[in-house]
Design a protein around this ligand. Structure first.
Ligand code: CMP
Length: 144
């Protein structure tokens, strides 16, 4: 069924000039971009997004990293988009990610892992609401 999922290209993807390659992979797969912007994640936004991790021992590092520079935030839409994007990303730890996945092709770190994608349709709805106002999400045909 048609789903939307939230993706962040993390500060390392922006700094390493990998955004074009990663967006290209998502487009090549047939996912439809329905919202896109660049922003700096504030501490407040980080705490909202990572509410489930705020109490974890690695949170200070995660906060430091995710607020360290601009990110690209986007919503993509497609059949089963949540799982499709998870599969394209690879495992959390880049080192354990298979070649052919985004993390498996471009990264070696567990923390500095290039991309975030919502882990369930419920998280996607929550995260979309954190990053985008309804009027920033566009509805359009792809029938050219
Ligand atoms: P992501 O899945 O996008 O969201 C949670 C992030 O926390 C994860 O990416 C990693 O960047 C980070 N993370 C998860 N587990 C650990 C860990 N054990 N140590 C350090 N960072 C972690």
């Amino acid at each position: 069924s048609l789903q939307q999922t939230l993706i962040l290209l993390k500060p390392d993807a922006v700094q390493r000039r990998l955004c074009g390659k990663i967006l290209g992979r998502l487009e090549d797969r047939g996912l439809k971009i329905v919202a896109l912007k660049m922003l700096k994640v504030t501490k407040e936004l980080a705490a909202q997004h990572y509410a489930e991790h705020v109490k974890k021992p690695f949170y200070p590092q995660l906060e430091e990293f995710i607020t360290s520079g601009p990110v690209v935030s986007l919503i993509v839409e497609g059949p089963g988009a949540v799982q499709v994007v998870r599969d394209m990303m690879g495992k959390t730890n880049c080192r354990e990610s298979a070649p052919g996945t985004i993390r498996g092709d471009y990264g070696l770190s567990r923390q500095v892992n290039l991309i975030h994608g919502s882990d369930s349709p419920e998280s996607a709805q929550k995260e979309i609401a954190i990053y985008f106002r309804p009027e920033e999400i566009l509805s359009y045909d792809s029938t050219l």
